[in-house]
Design a protein around this ligand. Structure first.
Ligand code: SF4
Length: 400
């Protein structure tokens, strides 16, 4: 049964119906999930080996085999993500703090913690079992696993005075989409738990974003004591709602494991079909052109109303989720030699294309003499060849 874990904190704060509910189907790990787990394990092995800046790759072939992922891709990807992380820890962060070397006892890597929503205390607990279940937690505890946690109290004057009662919690993400660290309920829950565990009241929450096809980067935000307390205050009532039968539909429904059995949502695919059926004809124009024939509009979606526009946002979110999940399913089938025939008579095929790739990681790989890569990176930044560009994104926020 689905546990109210920190990785599901966003869903937990919206709606408690799915948790500990025997009707909810088990989530089967798909290819991106398995790849993410393999990446986590390789980076954790390296951090635990305590030999920065050298990546420890001895266990990589076994990890790749166990998770059924490509070892060569994993090796290159983990190396890029790890080096970016080391740079960040070494001082290339918004606080200009050099956190290396880490004082003894100040770092926790890939460990489970549980926050008690009644007592407000936190403790380290056993890792998940083979079914991804935390087995030694109580019904009041909110468990989660941190990729990397650092107790800044142990650094003394090496960190700014404001941060001497602070923790860092960092999560690796290998997918293309993610919340900002500040928006991540999972990171907020981890931050609350580690603050309680180490007696701190402020946190830096960070995401080591290492997408499979992109340049790794670390995003981090600082959370104040008031922001952490506000999150802790939400967790108690959210736990109280578990099992009370209430349903609170909202932005998390598209990602909810219960949506196929939920009385309100009625199934993600069924829900999507319903939403698509409600679309205005104008939204189908690109499909009409593609198909070369009329695609009949089957309903109305009023894009002149706040509700219609919000509904469109949710539909797009659900489509992206489907794209992310089913593209991997399709690719895996094609790799296995299964033939896919499209309704237009064409065949779906996998094609490998070669692209030029110049990234911070490729520069660091090519220029290995001390200071050489940093000099080239600085030169490229000064010349404007490495740009920081603003990017507009659609997000869902509470209407408060
Ligand atoms: S689909 Fe939405 S309303 Fe239904 S259980 Fe999940 S979060 Fe709650």
């Amino acid at each position: 049964m689905m546990q109210p874990t920190m990785s599901k904190a966003g869903l937990l704060l919206q709606c408690g119906w799915a948790f500990r509910n025997p009707l909810v189907p088990k989530v089967i790990a798909n290819v991106p999930m398995r790849y993410g787990s393999a990446f986590h394990e390789v980076v954790a092995n390296s951090l635990e080996a305590g030999v920065p800046p050298k990546l420890s790759l001895a266990a990589l072939p076994n990890v790749a085999e166990r998770f059924g992922v490509d070892a060569a891709e994993l090796r290159e990807h983990a190396q890029e993500g790890y080096l970016t992380l080391l740079d960040w820890l070494g001082g290339r962060n918004a606080w200009s703090m050099n956190l290396l070397p880490v004082p003894k006892g100040a770092i926790i890597i890939e460990k489970a913690i549980a926050y008690d929503t009644v007592t407000g205390k936190a403790r380290l607990v056993s890792s998940v079992d083979e079914n991804h279940v935390y087995t030694d937690v109580t019904d009041d505890e909110h468990p989660g696993t941190v990729d990397l946690a650092i107790n800044l109290k142990a650094y003394g004057k090496r960190v700014p005075a404001r941060l001497r009662r602070a923790v860092i919690v960092l999560d690796h993400k290998t997918g293309m989409t993610f919340d900002t660290p500040r928006e991540s309920h999972q990171l907020r829950s981890l931050a609350v738990a580690f603050c309680r565990y180490w007696g701190a009241d402020r946190a830096i929450v960070a995401i080591n974003h290492a997408p499979r096809d992109g340049v790794p980067a670390i995003f981090a935000d600082e959370l104040t004591p008031a922001e952490l307390q506000a999150h802790a205050d939400l967790l108690g009532p959210a736990f109280q709602r578990i099992g009370d039968g209430s349903l609170r539909p909202g932005p998390e429904c598209g990602y909810c494991a219960a949506n196929s059995v939920c009385p309100v949502y009625g199934g993600s695919l069924a829900g999507l079909t319903r939403e698509l059926r409600a679309m205005d004809g104008s939204l189908l124009e690109p499909l009409q052109q593609e198909a070369g024939k009329a695609v009949r509009p089957v309903g109305q979606l009023d894009l002149d109303t706040p509700e219609g526009l919000g509904k469109l946002h949710m539909i797009l979110q659900m489509m992206r989720k489907m794209d992310e999940t089913y593209t991997e399913v399709l690719k895996q089938k094609l790799r296995e030699g299964v033939v896919a025939v499209r309704p237009d008579g064409k065949l779906s095929v996998l094609k490998t294309v070669e692209r030029d790739n110049l990234s911070l990681a490729s520069i660091r790989r090519a220029f290995t003499k001390p200071g050489e890569a940093a000099r080239i990176e600085k030169m490229l930044r000064d010349a404007g060849a490495i740009e920081k560009l603003p990017r507009e994104e659609l997000r869902a926020v509470d209407d408060r």
